[in-house]
Design a binder for this molecule. Structure first.
Ligand code: GDP
Ligand code: MG
Length: 766
């Protein structure tokens, strides 16, 4: 029987995962291993994907992937766990430099969503964003704290399930651990999903690092009534484990003292600080020994890496490690030994070496948990609410309506509620202008302050409340876990675009700001989907474009149509992104599709503090931009408009900016733009808000064009050149200027064509 045959609510036991490569590996790492019970929980609205529960965790798979998994109604594996055998080895060469400065570097490692960033924030007092879906942290963040006479440097790494070279995050984390050798690794574990989380821990054990475990979410474990002897587990794994909850900060001090303790003590002298080898079956162990023999001959290698870890990775066919050993004189022997071992394992167990090694790890984990008296409690189903909510939110009939309603609500509240503070700020700005107008004497300085600074910055700052409201919504959706569901129900549609369910989150984030959205694409494993997502992202109308929309729409359309025009812009952006994604995936960036594995984290009610912090961070960035780029640009635009070839220009048309605008005017005749609009478009290349501030500076009298031109202009603003920051982000994330350049060009060209078409056709019809 196949997993895909399972109906909602039915349970079965996993026999085998078929398929190959990254998909298979990932699936097994997520807990789809022999003998595990699995339950089909619910289907997405379009019957695909389906969510399953395995090891108390929820994972969604596409149908075609579920077909790769064989299941049976009979449990067949009992008491097969291998004993956590202990074998202490000689400590790896000491790399930790005690140079008098009492500083400890801690790297935070753990699965996505286990609370690393929460820990980081608690310890360092930082305001990093915590989120309730995988991959919120896409980069290493650094923070500091003082404790026990040490200055502790914390590095928050992206979440990973494992340390294979499968996704960019995994490689990144591994690189950090190997190349930057933190003094102590803090492995953050979601204690309410301990079995699966310990998989990563076993890999850290292989790497032979100094590890302290934070058994986070201990509050949830207790709530459920789980039993676990933490001390026992600590001694079994040879690393200190501290129950923590970073919702409240519980356990932080103890965790840090353990870190210092581990840092100061020597391996093997302490029950909680010993090195274990996870014992594999003899065929595998033989293979490891054999390979290790050659590796140990190289002193440099032995210093940088645990040779056992390298050997295990080689047997797992890890390409990165292969590249590390490639330069060795013994490379031929090593690979020969590896191939022999792999063949032997296949012959004797019928498994490939990767699976055999993973099985051993899970066996070790089960054994250790068993011995530590781990029992899952039944006091309270922590997922009960989650299940009820999921049944509704991902329901075939109501899932989409709920989703669109939430989006509608988000924009509606943003615009209507935002109107009030916006009016107040507008009034304040006006008063300020009047005040300066009444008190200062005439001259360029006064003109600069009123028309340049207040006119420019003022016309943008009024949108701060709306931007804050929008970000509050986005933070709430992320933190509560709804974003992950949105990705889940959108997967099939995204698939139709040649994208991935995971592309959806960056796309939604794009409505806030394209720059973090481009960075958030890192969670997408397939390079192809990732690139396409990045390239269509500029079509998502970011909040910087909002001021322009509001300004132009407010001036040219009657109140009745304003919302409609606004929504139409967003819709045009979305429709264009669909078309572009299709075009790109069919003709430009070809390649194979990636499997869809996405966890559905339990719903959590986000703390007000977290939401507030995140929203404020964004608001601060916006204000900073205001004080920097936008202020400078406003003054430049003002100066270019104030002065001309003969000193102070008698009229705008004779000023520098007038001349510039006039010279490029012919380019935009098909759209019916006048030179002032052209100038503002050029100014907007830096940041789109500047279009609004420029218009604010240039149109001191009334606007004098038709609603049709206004609409064509709005479309141009929507589509053309994403701001410089976004282009740079695309360059960084795609790794080449080529794609950044491509994004800049295609958008501008498309903007020109679309706005010209709309204007010309509109003129014929109206
Ligand atoms: P990361 O992906 O590992 O960085 O995880 P985050 O720090 O972003 O946390 C993920 C979610 O878990 C957030 O919604 C946190 O508020 C929540 N969270 C973190 N620690 C705890 C905890 O100890 N208990 C509970 N109940 N929730 C937690
Ligand atoms: Mg994080």
């Amino acid at each position: 029987m196949r997993l895909s045959d399972l109906k909602t609510g039915e349970k079965a036991y996993i026999i085998k995962v078929k398929g190959h490569g990254g998909f298979r590996k990932r699936i097994i790492e997520m807990g789809f291993i022999k003998g595990q019970e699995i339950e089909a929980l619910l289907c997405a609205p379009l019957q695909d994907p389906v969510t399953y529960r395995v090891m108390g965790y929820e994972v969604s798979l596409r149908r075609q992937e579920a077909e790769q998994i064989e299941v049976s109604n009979e449990p067949w594996m009992q008491g097969e766990e291998s004993e956590p055998l202990t074998s202490t080895s000689t400590p790896r060469d000491q790399q930790h430099n005690h140079t008098g400065v009492k500083e400890i570097t801690i790297a935070l490692v753990g699965n996505p969503n286990c609370g690393k960033t929460s820990l980081f924030n608690f310890a360092s007092g930082a305001h990093e964003h915590v989120g309730n879906y995988s991959g919120v942290t896409v980069d290493a963040k650094e923070g500091y704290t003082q404790f026990g006479g040490y200055r502790i440097r914390l590095v928050d790494l992206p979440g990973t399930y494992s340390l294979s070279a499968y996704s960019p995050e995994e490689l990144y984390v591994r690189k950090q651990l190997v190349d930057d050798t933190p003094d102590v690794v803090v492995n953050v574990i979601d204690a309410s999903n301990i079995e699966r989380n310990l998989y990563l821990t076993t890999q850290l054990m292989d790497m032979h690092l100094r590890v302290v475990c934070a058994l986070n979410m201990f509050d949830e474990l207790e709530l459920r009534g789980d039993k676990l002897n933490v001390d026992k587990l600590s001694s079994l794994l040879g690393m200190p484990m501290v129950p923590t909850s970073f919702k409240t900060g519980r356990g932080l001090e103890q965790l840090l003292s353990e870190v210092i303790h581990i840092f100061e003590s020597r391996e093997g002298h302490d029950e909680y600080y010993r090195h274990f080898h996870i014992k594999h079956d003899h065929e595998i162990e033989d293979g490891i020994n054999h390979i290790q023999k050659y590796l140990k001959g190289n002193a440099l290698l032995r210093m940088r890496y645990s040779t056992r870890w390298l050997a295990i990775k080689l047997m797992e066919m890890d390409t990165e490690v292969d590249a590390i050993v490639r330069g060795l004189p013994d490379y031929g022997h090593i690979i020969e030994a590896r191939d022999n071992a792999v063949r032997r394992i296949k012959e004797e167990t019928g498994e490939d070496s990767e699976t055999a090694i993973m099985d051993a790890k899970y066996g070790f984990i089960r054994g250790a948990l068993h011995e530590a008296g781990y029992v899952v409690g039944a006091k309270e189903d922590t997922y009960k609410t989650t299940h009820k909510l999921d049944a509704l939110i991902t329901n075939r009939w109501v899932g989409f309506p709920i989703f669109f309603f939430i989006l509608y609500l988000m924009f509606e509240v943003t615009f209507t509620l935002g109107q009030y503070p916006m009016d107040w700020i507008e009034m304040g700005v006006e008063r300020l202008g009047e005040l300066i107008g009444d008190t200062m004497s005439e001259g360029p300085l006064k003109a600069m302050l009123i028309d340049g600074v207040i006119g420019g910055v003022g016309s943008v700052i009024v949108f701060l409340p709306q931007i804050l409201i929008l970000y509050t919504f986005i933070s709430f959706m992320e933190d509560s876990g709804y974003m992950a569901r949105a990705a889940f129900i959108m997967d099939k549609l995204m698939h139709g675009m040649g994208l991935h369910g995971k592309s959806f989150i960056p796309l939604i984030m794009g409505f806030g700001c394209n720059v973090p959205a481009v960075m958030a694409t890192r969670t997408i494993e397939s390079r192809r989907s990732r690139l396409i997502t990045m390239l269509v992202l500029p079509m998502m109308s970011c909040s910087a474009r909002l001021p322009i929309y509001i300004m132009i729409i407010g001036a040219f359309f009657s109140v009745r149509y304003q919302s409609l025009v606004m929504i139409s812009l967003y819709v045009v952006g979305i429709v264009l992104s669909v078309i572009i994604a299709r075009v790109l995936s069919t003709w430009v960036i070809k390649g194979e599709d990636t499997p869809f594995v996405m966890e559905l984290p339990p719903y959590r009610f986000p703390t007000a503090k977290a939401i507030f912090r995140h929203t404020w961070e964004k608001g601060k960035q916006y204000l900073k931009k205001m004080g920097g780029v936008i202020l400078v640009a406003s003054i430049i635009v003002w100066a270019l408009g104030y002065f001309g070839t003969m000193g102070v220009a008698p009229s705008l048309e004779e000023s520098f900016i007038g001349l510039l605008g006039k010279s490029i005017e012919p380019l935009f005749t098909p759209q019916g733009f006048d030179w002032r609009l052209d100038v503002s478009l050029i100014a907007g290349v830096g940041a789109k808000e500047i279009v609004a501030s420029t218009i604010g500076v240039l149109y001191t009298d009334d606007f004098n064009f038709t609603p049709l031109t206004a609409y064509a202009f709005l479309l141009f603003v929507l589509i053309y050149f994403p701001c410089i920051a976004t282009v740079v982000a695309i360059k960084n994330e795609s790794g080449s200027w080529r794609w950044a350049f491509f994004a800049a060009c295609y958008t501008t060209l498309l903007a020109w064509v679309v706005s010209a078409l709309v204007y010309q056709i509109g003129n014929l019809l109206l």
